[in-house]
Design a protein around this ligand. Structure first.
Ligand code: NI
Length: 257
């Protein structure tokens, strides 16, 4: 009977609402509903105490089966205060989160189509409806927390105004890989195919892939990244890695802005 109740509770659990409520309960932020999908708000949190620079935007939960991102972001918000103007999109894809699936409830990928090469998702349309505001909030840097459900190693996509990966890429790569004793991913280089790049170096550099991070970088954001924690390792550890990635990202951008 206890197992039945546990299963029933899991089945009825509205994880997206719980995450959104938890995000809103953190003091020091104003909440704004940018739009909604199936009745779930797409929330933006901006700091009440406005600091002029740097302007940083952190997003998580673009993909519903990459759950450590939103929990890592919550962990960061609960445990760290920052000397920067940092805003948050805590859960971009609430309907995917509730179904524990990558895409939204309409089976659209919320992280594609921003460059007009393919159809935009509901969530993408909401983000672009507030494009001017979000680009202003991200004007010094944008980080999107993702996971790769199939992997045991960390990798990431980075964007910086250079021909080859620089300090920004290396700082974030080192942050993620140090948690996994995975420094063997080592030398940074850029190659032709994404899959080869990921396998050999843990880094994909300045990839134009119609994602939100690629879009923001092409529209003036100087530092952008999409980090991919490995879905095959312990969940609590992935939460801590994501929290550390947020902290490291903010510290890096703050020293360069
Ligand atoms: Ni993803």
């Amino acid at each position: 009977m206890r197992i039945f109740h546990k299963l029933l509770h899991e089945a009825l659990r509205d994880e997206a609402s719980e995450l959104l409520q938890n995000s809103q309960s953190i003091p020091g932020f104003s909440h704004r509903k940018l739009g909604s999908v199936d009745g779930y708000p797409i929330l933006l949190l901006t700091p009440n105490e406005h600091k002029t620079r740097p302007n940083i935007l952190i997003a998580s939960g673009f993909h519903g089966d990459e759950q450590a991102g939103p929990y890592g972001l919550l962990h960061f918000m609960r445990h760290h205060r920052v000397n920067a103007n940092v805003s948050f999109l805590p859960l971009v894809n609430p309907t995917g989160m509730n179904k524990k699936q990558r895409n939204n409830s309409k089976n659209e990928n919320p992280n594609r189509g921003f460059d007009g090469t393919q159809e935009l998702s509901e969530e993408g349309k909401i983000l672009l409806k507030h494009d001017k505001l979000l680009r202003k909030l991200a004007s010094d840097g944008f980080l999107s927390l993702h996971e790769d459900p199939d992997k045991t190693t960390f990798y990431l996509y980075t964007y910086e105004r250079r021909k080859s990966p620089g300090d920004f890429s290396e700082t974030l790569r080192a942050c993620g890989s140090k948690w996994l004793n995975d420094t063997s991913m080592g030398v940074l280089k850029n190659q032709e195919s994404s899959s080869t790049k990921v396998l050999e170096t843990g880094l994909v550099f300045n990839e134009k892939d119609s994602s939100y991070e690629s879009y923001l970088f092409q529209n003036g954001v100087p530092y952008a990244a999409c980090t991919e924690t490995p879905g095959q390792i312990d969940f609590d550890k992935r939460v801590l890695i994501n929290s550390d990635l947020v902290k490291t990202f903010i510290e890096f951008v703050a020293t360069r802005s």
